[in-house]
Write a protein that binds this ligand. Structure first.
Ligand SMILES: C[S@@+](CC[C@H](N)C(=O)[O-])C[C@H]1O[C@@H](n2cnc3c(N)ncnc32)[C@H](O)[C@@H]1O
Length: 254
């Protein structure tokens, strides 16, 4: 089996990283906001959210397993001295797990932030089996509006300086981070869980993770997830830890 699953240097736009040094640099909420949307001191994205779809706080999406205490205790157990500054979530939906992570960061890690990478277009279960369909909030003309629910939920919990959304596919999100050489200490993977796509996500985000960092994922109960996570751990010779439906892999320091 080849060691690398995907060529990590084959970035479509311009072909090479903008920050070409290989040293990881500290990244802030303001920096990423500036790159994606402009200066947050004059044009914070949350300021315009109320113009669209008039949503109110809604935390009723039922399948959030990453609660505040689960996130904190995982960090404490796996790497208690890990200094969290930059966390990435792939798959945020209405923002329940994002809020849980965001609140932990706000309380315990001053200056840190969470980047939420999601298309906000849902997954196969939602479209085919209509699972949690109402939370996708599809407009009459066929477009999910759950992104505005996410924004509203983050605003209502005063997390607008801690949680930053990026409406991208997981692959584009990884390429974005690689382009700027932004390396998170913790990554939470909870996207579509399709077999093959999960393996690519694992491969891309593993390479972005800081040495000593932690990769956490949801839905060990899904066969597609288990297959890809096990394949990945075999190929990289790393150990999978489990906490119920959550799986965890710690990246060695070198
Ligand atoms: C199960 S939901 C996430 C739930 C959330 N983490 C929680 O616990 O509250 C899965 C999310 O993954 C997103 N998603 C699916 N495929 C994706 C992809 N290829 N790239 C980015 N996001 C994706 C969907 O839009 C959806 O919002």
């Amino acid at each position: 089996m080849p060691e690398e699953i995907i060529d990590l240097n084959a970035i479509a736009a311009y072909g090479r990283p903008i920050n070409s040094s290989n040293t990881s640099k500290e990244v802030t909420f303001n920096q990423v906001h500036l790159i994606l949307y402009g200066d947050p001191s004059t044009k914070l994205i949350y300021d315009s959210a109320h113009k669209y779809f008039n949503k109110t706080l809604d935390q009723t999406y039922p399948h959030t397993y990453l609660k505040k205490d689960v996130f904190s205790s995982l960090i404490q157990k796996i790497h208690p001295s890990l200094k969290l500054q930059f966390v990435v979530e792939i798959g945020s939906f209405t923002g329940n797990s994002a809020s849980n992570i965001g609140n932990v960061l706000k309380e315990s890690y001053p200056g840190s932030f969470l980047l939420c990478i999601d298309t906000w277009l849902g997954d196969l279960n939602m479209w085919v089996h209509k699972a949690v369909w109402q939370h996708l909030s599809v407009s009459e003309d066929g477009r999910p509006t759950v992104y505005y629910q996410f924004l509203t939920n983050i605003i209502k919990q005063n997390l607008t300086k801690i949680v930053l959304p990026a409406s991208m596919t997981s692959i584009i999100g990884a390429r974005f981070l690689r382009t700027f050489q932004f390396h998170p200490q913790v990554i939470y993977l909870d996207s579509a869980h399709e077999q093959g796509e999960t393996l690519i996500e694992l491969s891309l985000y593993w390479n972005l993770l800081q040495p000593g960092g932690i990769l956490i994922g949801d839905d060990w109960g899904w066969r597609s997830v288990r297959c890809d996570v096990k394949k990945f751990s075999y190929m990289k010779n790393v150990t999978i830890e489990r906490a119920e439906n959550t799986w965890i892999i710690k990246k060695p320091v070198d």
